[in-house]
Ligand binder design. Structure first.
Ligand code: FES
Length: 363
């Protein structure tokens, strides 16, 4: 009866442990089909090349989707383009990965390697052996020369090199191309808000009267005319979205220099978090706190939207508002500081009148 078949006696287990174990040896080596059948090897080679080819097709799909699908119009076409770019990148990466695995499993030499325990620094012989193994690996992969000066497995080599060189393009081209002509970062400092432009409801674009905004209510706001833009609507909206909130005027701490930026307790702040730009959309009526769901930055609307908690470093920019002759709420100007992440405010005293860092954030 073998040791494995004996019932375990926990009392005497320690006494039964032998000083050494017999080397079980290696299991019987079964050659793979590609090792013994040249047709199977050729088939495996074609499969590997097909996977690398799939990767190349994925790259072409991503680039084709980026260049050929209109991403400036309807949200549906933007979603479709993003889906195709994502699918292309997935195929580009997966094709290389699966091709490499299939290559190693079916075509590279299949033999057991035994590595004896030894001192941390390998002996000179072991080092020479490692180099030899590497050279054997190159030989096994078929990428080396066959002695006549020509490379074997040229199809694999060519498809692999093409796939590896092409795959990064699926990531880089959309990233760089999305900058378009906007390498001038000052473009990000402005929004489409202008003096006299009405604040309208998001998404239907109906204007808002001061009488509609009751104490404690909050409106998601876009600029009047945004829905009529033919180009760049998404970008314009991403910068100009605003939250309009009415507080009891007695609760409002008017910031110095902003005495005429609000109306009877109605204030408007950028909805773009000053941490890394998520939409700040959770308003807690009792505390007047606005919460960003991404990393929990919390802004006090009653006190200039200063940061009271979280990683944001500055208050939400305030949109100065007034009331027009018909009682609608209008902007008095664009924001007086860049919206969004604090990065842009590192540009101190820009010549277009934007201010530098605004104090008030917690750390
Ligand atoms: S983006 Fe708002 S807290 Fe991070």
């Amino acid at each position: 009866m073998s040791t494995a078949d004996k019932p375990v006696d926990h009392e005497s287990t320690h006494g039964d442990v032998p000083d050494s174990f017999e080397d079980p040896g290696l299991p019987y080596h079964r050659p793979r089909r590609a090792d013994v059948d040249p047709k199977a090897a050729n088939k495996a080679e074609r499969q590997v090349a097909a996977l690398f080819g799939l990767s190349i097709l994925g790259t072409i799909l991503a680039l084709g989707a980026y260049f050929m699908i209109d991403m400036t119009g309807e949200i549906a076409s933007i979603r479709f383009a993003n889906m195709m770019i994502g699918l292309g990148i997935f195929l580009a990466m997966m094709g290389i990965g699966l091709g490499a695995i299939h290559w190693a499993k079916t075509l590279m030499r299949d033999h057991e390697m035994v590595e004896e325990r030894h001192a941390l620094r390998s002996s000179d012989e072991a080092r020479a052996g490692a180099i030899q193994n590497l050279q054997d690996g190159v030989e096994d992969s078929g990428l080396g020369s066959d002695g006549s000066g020509t490379s074997r497995r040229g199809l694999l080599k060519g498809s692999l090199i093409t796939a590896v060189l092409a795959a990064p393009l699926a990531l880089l081209v959309p990233q760089i191309g999305n900058m378009g002509g906007q390498w001038n970062t000052r473009e990000f400092a402005h929004t489409m808000w202008r003096q006299g432009m009405r604040l309208t409801r998001d998404p239907d674009g109906t204007p808002i009267k001061a009488a509609d905004v009751t104490i404690g209510s909050a409106f998601h706001v876009i600029p009047d005319g945004l829905n009529d833009l033919e180009h760049g609507k998404i970008e314009a909206k991403a910068k100009a979205v605003v939250l309009l909130i009415r507080l009891d005027p007695r609760d409002l701490k008017i910031q110095p220099g902003r005495e005429d930026w609000s109306f009877d307790g109605i204030v408007a702040y950028s909805k773009i978090c000053t941490h890394v730009g998520c939409p700040v959309a959770l308003y807690e009526q009792q505390t007047h706190h606005l919460l960003c769901p991404c990393h929990q930055s919390t802004f006090d609307v009653a006190d200039g939207a200063k940061v009271v908690f979280g990683p944001a470093k500055r208050p939400l920019p305030q949109l100065p508002i007034a009331i027009d002759d018909e009682g609608y709420i209008v902007a008095k100007s664009d924001f007086h500081e860049p919206i969004g992440s604090s990065y842009w405010t590192r540009l101190k005293n820009t010549s277009d009148g934007l201010s530098g860092d605004t104090e008030g954030g917690s750390h």
